[in-house]
Design a protein around this ligand. Structure first.
Ligand code: ADE
Length: 451
């Protein structure tokens, strides 16, 4: 640990010896996060987070490390745990503890008991700000420590699924303090959800399997921003993309974007690779497994591991389940009627069918494929997401300190923060834009002149 870093006890990481590698990789990410870096520099001068005690339940990645360093530069006391059991980068966790003196409770591959004990360890710190990705920290706090809720002045939430859960809490009258939906900032979801998820999901599938995407039929379930990103990138790799949707508007958008749109029951018969990004449960289940091709590959990029019904697949396999590559599990189920089964046409891989059975391959246990089988979104896109996080915390904490706390509900990110992040990113990219003339400005505020 460096001499100027305060020693901390009570962390739980895999191996502090991994710190040098983590430190090197955090520096690499930092060099791709100019917006966050400029906020860190300002925070170091202004110290707007002095007195803030932040518990951050986020994917413990190189990009998150740079966010936590920014919060510390702003004067905050920070602890962190994972927001998914499979997304922790153990070298990063080690470096945060060793090089930054930030207590971290996260080990890649931890079980549910360890995952929640780590969230509890962060809550033991008595945070006055929560920073969440998926709402597990906030629900745990509300469900198990009602007495501590009043200590929290505000929180932030990173992702679509978390915002949905928070809105449900708000509607049920269960939310105890104001939370900013960082996900809803344009400079978050337009870029992170679309380009981040698009690229990193395919990255995860490719790293795990090394499959050729060109010419394969890729089924994308869900056409929100994440689904749009995945579909666009898969098409760019030469795949034939089929989109499954339940929302008529989004389905229509997918049709107009040039995709085939089908119910999952039809897509299941033809797909080679399936990627779920719906945010809902059991999108792929028994009836779909039954008709899939031999060798069909399944991956999930939605927040929770509920989209592919793995419990059902496990039952259907009856123990015929094994790891065939790191991050890839093969389930053998009865051949059924699908293509690739004896007499049923060619399978997804072209290799001979298993005698008396059909193979279904699942990547990363149906957990977020981009973070479990790859490194998550690239730093350049997390730059904007985490700039929003840092500025949102500065805003809510500042409001609370000024005696004008936000009311207790889910808040959007103020438009000024959004446009500040966009401006800083454009500057960092060296992109100049036009400015309205006075006459143009005036015209946009007038109504008298028509045809
Ligand atoms: N969510 C998606 N990608 C991420 C990353 N690289 N770091 C933190 N959270 C993420």
């Amino acid at each position: 640990m460096g001499n100027d870093v305060p020693a901390r006890t009570g962390s739980d990481v895999l191996d502090t010896g991994l710190a040098p590698l983590g430190n090197q990789r955090i520096a690499w990410a930092d060099s791709h996060m100019p917006v966050l870096s400029s906020i860190k520099e300002r925070f170091a001068k202004e110290r707007p987070l002095e007195g803030a005690k932040i518990a951050a339940c986020l994917h413990v990645t190189t990009e998150t490390a740079n966010l936590l360093r920014t919060l510390v530069a702003g004067g905050a006391d920070v602890v962190a745990c994972a927001s998914n059991p499979l997304s922790t980068q153990d070298d990063v966790a080690a470096s945060l503890v060793e090089d930054e003196g930030i207590p971290v409770f996260a080990v890649r591959g931890e079980d549910a008991a360890s995952y929640y004990s780590h969230i509890d360890a962060c809550l033991d710190f008595h945070p006055n700000i929560t920073m969440d990705d998926g709402c597990d920290l906030v629900t745990r706090l509300h469900q198990t420590r009602a007495d501590q809720v009043a200590e929290v002045v505000a929180g932030t939430e990173e992702t679509t699924t978390g915002v949905i859960r928070l809105r449900a809490m708000e509607a049920a009258g269960a939310l105890g303090y104001p939370i900013v939906a960082v996900n809803d900032a344009y400079t978050k979801h337009l870029f992170d959800n679309r380009y981040g998820t698009g690229q990193s999901s395919l990255d995860g599938i490719m790293r795990a399997t090394n499959v050729l995407l060109a010419g394969r039929k890729v089924v994308v379930a869900g056409y929100g921003y994440c689904g749009k990103g995945v579909a666009t990138r898969a098409r760019g790799m030469g795949s034939q993309v089929i989109v499954c949707e339940v929302d008529p508007l989004r389905a229509l958008e997918a049709v107009m974007d040039g995709y085939r749109v089908e119910p999952m029951m039809d897509a299941a018969r033809e797909g080679d690779i399936f990627i779920t990004v719906t945010g809902d449960r059991e999108v792929i289940s028994r009836e779909h497994f039954l008709v899939m091709k031999d060798g069909a590959l399944l991956a999930n990029s939605g927040h929770f591991d509920v989209e592919i019904n793995l419990a059902e697949l496990d039952r259907m396999a009856g123990g015929r389940r094994r790891e065939v590559r790191p991050s890839v599990e093969e389930f053998v189920i009865d051949a059924g009627e699908g293509p690739g089964s004896p007499g049923g046409g060619s399978g997804a891989t072209g290799s001979p069918a298993v005698v008396g059975g059909k193979r279904i391959l699942v990547i990363a246990q149906g957990r977020l494929v981009n973070l479990s089988a790859a490194e998550g979104h690239p730093a350049a896109v997390m730059d904007m997401s985490f700039a929003n996080q840092a500025l949102a915390v500065e805003w809510v904490y500042g409001q609370s300190r000024a005696g004008t706390p936000l009311d207790v509900r889910v808040h959007g990110v103020p438009a000024e923060i959004d446009s500040q992040v966009a401006k800083l990113k454009l500057e960092a990219l060296g992109t100049e834009i036009d400015v309205l003339t006075e006459a143009q400005e005036e015209y946009l505020h007038s109504w008298e002149t028509g045809t």
